[in-house]
Design a protein around this ligand. Structure first.
Ligand SMILES: *Cc1c(COP(=O)(O)O)cnc(C)c1O
Length: 385
């Protein structure tokens, strides 16, 4: 028991600060979610296009997929016996959509981000990362032997200052700039066009951009902010995940074929983990093809997002968002938790986000919109704020 006291004390402390995390049992029901017998409008899901909750699509997929193709395990890494045709089909479709660039798949976005940077870096690599990049990227950076510094969030002047200082430093062969396109907690965006221009001024620089929240949502075909700003070919490591708008699971990298081949030889989470079940690959492929054609849904999402951002600002809250992820920043953790409870009670499933996920004193309600929400829902929600 002595060995557990320490953990118990830490848990008590978290509880007192209002920062304790717990699982709840979630039953999905279309655009609603049921928790403890209560049905609420789901405003916390990453199912941004409503594809995950679409029963019709699921039926169509299983109708089209005969039993002999419903393979539930790959039983090994792709480098042993796990490289089923489903992997190559998905990679080929991704390549076709992303201007012929090479595609490589990963078991999850987390695997992707903890694996790529350590494989590509050595002690002569410098990583410059935006201050607010996702935990998986931070973990990847920590696992690497690169030196690393963080630039102030979306402050490209700060980035340029660091580049000017370190680009001439002979101890570095390579500088990798790491950022996201849409940021998961503030819902704001990096300026990809500007980042590409900056990169082009420094010949040692490579650009790594995580589109986890933008894939499916941005661009005419939903290929992300890189498509929207026409820089697909300029980003050295363009990554994203299938677990959010694309209603599946896994991560992808679009890159030069040499990078792909190098990672197959050097990236530990890719080499030493059983590959995803082929049926997941087939489903991702099915969904990816559908998602390319959903531009009407993307326009709707854009319209309701802008409407909510404006209303929240109008109500006097700080709201940095320019996307479908719309935080209402309250500050104090307890107050945020109470407000979230109140909204849940009123039928809106909105979750509080607290430190350490976000910086101290920036606890917030995080509203994630999806294509199944309409203006009437928002009007009712805003009343409650
Ligand atoms: C969700 C997310 C990930 C992790 O992806 P998973 O497929 O869920 O492991 C990586 N990066 C960002 C920015 C994310 O938001």
């Amino acid at each position: 028991m002595n060995l557990l006291n320490n953990y118990a004390a830490k848990l008590d402390e978290l509880k007192q600060q209002g920062n304790l995390r717990q699982f709840t049992t979630n039953i999905q029901d279309g655009r609603n979610i049921q928790i403890n017998q209560q049905s609420m409008l789901n405003l916390s899901s990453n199912d941004y296009l409503g594809l995950g909750s679409n029963l019709h699509l699921r039926e169509q997929f299983f109708d089209e997929t005969p039993n002999e193709h419903r393979i539930m395990s790959s039983s090994s890494s792709r480098l042993l016996t796990g490289n089923f045709p489903e992997y190559e089909q998905l990679e080929n479709s991704l390549s076709d959509a992303f201007h012929g660039r090479a595609a490589l798949l990963f078991n999850s976005g987390y695997h992707m981000n903890i694996g790529i940077l350590p494989a590509l870096s050595d002690s002569k690599t410098l990583i410059l990362a935006d201050k607010l990049v996702h935990a998986s990227l931070i973990d990847g950076i920590r696992l690497s032997t690169a030196k690393y510094l963080r630039y102030r969030h979306n402050d490209l002047n700060h980035l340029i200052q660091l580049l000017q200082k370190y680009h001439v430093d002979e101890s570095f062969d390579r500088i990798i700039v790491v950022t996201e396109s849409i940021f998961s907690m503030d819902g704001d965006e990096s300026d990809l066009s500007e980042l590409v221009q900056i990169k082009q001024q420094f010949n040692k620089v490579m650009l790594y951009v995580d589109e986890a929240h933008a894939i499916g949502v941005r661009g005419e075909q939903g290929l992300g902010c890189a498509e929207q700003y026409d820089v697909v070919d300029e980003i050295d490591f363009l990554v994203g995940t299938f677990g959010k708008a694309l209603a599946s699971v896994g991560g992808y990298l679009m890159c030069h074929p040499i990078v792909r081949e190098y990672l197959i030889n050097a990236m530990r989470p890719l080499i030493f983990s059983t590959a995803q079940p082929p049926i997941c690959m087939a489903w991702t492929h099915f969904i990816f093809q559908k998602a390319l054609k959903l531009s009407t849904q993307r326009q709707h999402l854009h319209a309701i997002s802008q409407s909510l951002q404006h209303t929240i600002q109008h109500k006097g809250f700080e709201c940095p968002s320019t996307s479908h992820i719309v935080p209402v920043i309250i500050g104090d953790s307890q107050k945020t938790v109470e407000k979230a409870k109140q909204l849940q009670h009123a039928g809106f499933y909105i979750m509080p986000v607290r430190p350490p996920t976000v910086p101290k004193n920036s606890s917030r309600l995080r509203i994630c919109l999806n294509t199944q929400i309409d203006q009437t829902d928002l009007d009712q929600l805003v009343e409650m704020l």
